[in-house]
Design a protein around this ligand. Structure first.
Ligand code: NAP
Ligand code: G4F
Length: 318
């Protein structure tokens, strides 16, 4: 039976990846942080089928122990401080978790299980102030946030360990992906949740920042399949995972409020404090390498995604 260890298993992607690997017959291990109150909501339905190990990306010893206990054939490094806006508030902690944390887990893999296949969760945020459109694996990086800078470090150190130590280490450059399990602070879920809350009488307005930003939004369930496919290849490599379609935040609001049967202009207010010190204006990815080499294609359109998120939030709040 193949064994996998997922860091960040309590997050959006970790929970979907755990489901996918269990379906494929894996023994699934997850790394979790100690907290005074456990928040394992996204994996509660899987708890009796998972083996959880307490560890932290800041702590080398705990990473080594988790790897020794799990003996994984595959490691998926999804753990990170993943919210861009907070990376300006906690820039050095973001660098530690999201950047140097990647070196710590790579060092632990090198020490305990150098044959293990390794996946690094890289990000389209690395393209930042984009130098070409659409963005591919060859597009130079120009990060625009402390989070983006940390992800560039994590990406390069993964490539470097692959080349220095011959590790089977791959990096997925994933564009924004969302779902019913997305954290409430990210813009799509903030919008779908508020549309549902206004519809059900629990809120009467929604404050947003920059409505003109454009993102290439896909469905998290489709994207975890790409992570798994990368680790099934004989040769490790880097892949852009995206839909190839870009939409504005404003369009996301229009679709969400339409699904809720509401006129968005009556409820949405602009709050300048939600605008970022430096913005990523436009992201749109070219995933043709992933289609060619992995046979991966997105299955869910932007509109389907936003509408299913609204329906899920209405059900949640009703
Ligand atoms: P998420 O929902 O925010 O989950 C992040 C996970 O990382 C959580 O399980 C969190 O644990 C864990 N974590 C944070 N700091 C940690 C630490 N010091 N030690 C151990 N675990 C820690 O993020 P996501 O959307 O699933 O994204 C997964 C990964 O893909 C992240 O690396 C993110 O940066 C990257 N990414 C995401 C997207 C996207 O659009 N979703 C796009 C590109 C790349 P707690 O539950 O304890 O907080
Ligand atoms: O949903 P967001 O916070 O996602 P962002 O910054 O693009 O980052 C996400 O995608 C990255 C991949 O490119 C990941 F690496 C990262 O971990 C994360 O998952 O913001 C999207 C856009 C931004 O331009 C932001 O300025 O929405 C704009 N926005 C406008 N009003 C808002 C708001 N974003 C948030 N979170 N909240 C607002 O009220």
């Amino acid at each position: 039976m193949p064994r996998a260890l997922i860091t960040g298993i309590t997050g959006q992607d970790g929970s979907y990846l755990a489901e996918l690997l269990l379906e494929k017959g894996y023994e699934v291990h997850g790394m979790v942080r100690r907290a005074s109150t456990e928040k394992f909501d996204r994996i509660e339905h899987l708890r009796d089928r998972l083996t959880l190990h307490q560890a932290d990306l800041l702590d080398h010893r705990s990473l080594v122990d988790a790897l020794r206990a799990a003996k994984p054939h595959e490691v998926y490094n999804l753990a990170a401080m993943s919210f861009v806006a907070v990376s300006w508030i906690q820039p050095t902690l973001t660098a530690e978790f999201t950047g140097v944390g990647v070196t710590r887990i790579l060092e632990a893999v090198r020490e305990v299980c150098p044959e293990t296949r390794f996946y690094q969760a890289s990000s389209s945020e690395m393209f930042g102030k984009v130098l070409e459109t659409p963005q591919t694996e060859k597009t130079p990086f120009y990060p625009r946030s402390p989070y983006g800078v940390a992800k560039v470090y994590g990406h390069h150190i993964t490539v470097n360990y692959r080349e220095s130590y011959d590790l089977h280490a791959s990096s997925g450059i994933l564009f924004n992906h969302e779902s019913e399990r997305r954290g409430l602070e990210f813009v799509t879920r903030k919008i779908t949740w508020h549309a549902a809350a206004i519809k059900t009488g629990k809120r009467d307005s929604l404050q947003l920042g920059n409505l003109d930003a454009r993102r290439d939004w896909g469905y998290a369930k489709d994207y975890v399949e790409a992570m798994w496919l990368m680790l099934q290849q004989d040769t490790p490599d880097d892949f852009v995972i995206a839909t190839g379609v870009t939409n504005t935040v404003r369009r996301c609001v229009e679709v969400a409020f339409d699904e809720a049967g509401l006129n968005w202009e009556q409820y949405v207010q602009i709050d300048d404090s939600l605008k970022r010190p430096a913005e990523v204006d436009l992201l749109v990815g070219d995933a043709s390498k992933a289609e060619r080499q992995l046979g991966w294609k997105p299955q869910t359109s932007f509109e389907e995604l936003i509408r299913l998120m609204v329906r899920s939030d209405v059900a949640l709040l009703s």
